[in-house]
Write a protein that binds this ligand. Structure first.
Ligand code: CP
Length: 328
């Protein structure tokens, strides 16, 4: 694996499988049934220049569960970037203080620019509409676990991605990771103007996957194994898009009626979260709460184990975990 995790482009099936194995090994530690101190003395710089709950807190927790300590900076206001300091200078300074850095930033490419100036591993916690590699890895880990539970395999699976496929960085990373697997059926459904970038569709089809693009959910789908829905990222719209945006029609609502009519008992429903609970937001209805097919909170729980696996692998302590396990 590369020294950083900036994009899923640096991963292949072997490195993904390695991370899945290490994440599974981390589960008892993530759930605090066992303890390890393999990162004792190490410090994580957790730099979030854009809103986050899951990614920021789960990276923090994951580093602590491995025995390390965390320095958090949230928002530009509390960083010297507010005084005009460049990404380059911030990176050089932080790499003198920390053993690893996680960064989220509103500009695509900014985390890679930051990583170019540092001596320590940098993880992209989301760069604008670019990528969110750790989310895609925890999503693959979740699909893998759910498929094992249901007696299914990736080969030939039918995966529906819906919502904002243009600005949703999680789906950009996830579709690239899925393309490393045996041929899949991938259906992409988005409101007009929010389609998956053509370059990503071309990449996936060139790797032998069957991709179908549709413009609403009110249609027959056969044998859906995974429905992966996303929030409309209005904060990334251009001024013109915001002026013309009329809201999302019910044609894109993933709710109980959609599951009853279009899904099977073994379809799993995923969302990277947050889901938008404001009126008029149609990404994932709360009427599915309590439905066992709703995997969203199993997904968030899996984030701790996968992020522990990422730290352990990048900081090269993954082989030490087994010998360092202690009871609580
Ligand atoms: N999925 C995700 O990135 O959530 P946060 O924005 O809360 O980190």
């Amino acid at each position: 694996m590369s020294p950083h995790l900036l994009s899923v482009d640096s991963l292949n099936r072997d490195s993904v499988n390695h991370l899945l194995r290490v994440a599974a090994q981390m589960e008892p530690i993530a759930q605090r049934r066992q303890i390890t101190r393999v990162l004792e003395g190490a410090v994580l710089g957790n730099l979030f220049f854009e809103a986050s709950t899951r990614t920021r807190v789960s990276f923090h927790t994951a580093f602590c569960r491995l025995g390390g300590s965390v320095c958090d900076t949230t928002g530009f206001t509390f960083s010297s970037m507010a005084k005009g300091e460049s990404l380059y200078d911030t990176s050089r300074v932080m790499s003198g203080y920390c053993d690893a850095i996680v960064m989220r930033h509103p500009d695509q490419g900014s985390v890679a620019e930051f990583a170019a100036a540092t001596n320590v591993p940098v993880i992209n916690g989301g760069d604008g509409p670019g990528e969110h590699p750790s989310q895609a890895l925890l999503d693959i880990y979740t699909i893998d676990k759910e498929f094992q539970r249901l007696g299914k395999s990736f080969s030939g699976a039918h995966i529906l991605m819906t919502g904002d496929l243009k600005y949703g960085r999680t789906v950009h990373s996830l579709i690239k990771l899925l393309s490393l697997y045996d041929p899949l059926r991938i259906t992409l459904v988005s409101p007009p103007g929010l389609e998956m970038p053509t370059a990503l569709i071309d990449l996936v089809t060139s790797r032998g996957h069957q991709v179908e693009v549709r413009d609403h959910l009110a249609t027959d789908f056969s044998d859906l194994d995974v429905v992966y829905t996303t929030r409309i990222q209005k904060e990334r719209f251009t001024e013109e898009m915001n002026e013309n945006f009329q809201g999302i029609s019910d044609d894109f609502m993933v709710n109980k009626a959609f599951l009853d009519q279009r899904c099977t008992d073994s379809t799993i429903i995923m969302h990277p979260l947050p889901r938008d609970s404001r009126a008029g937001a149609n990404d994932l209805n709360v009427d599915l709460n309590g439905d066992p097919r709703l995997a969203i909170f199993r997904q968030t729980d899996n984030g701790i184990s996968m992020r522990m696996a990422i730290f352990a692998t990048l900081l090269q302590v993954d082989t030490l975990i087994e010998k360092d396990l202690r009871p609580v």
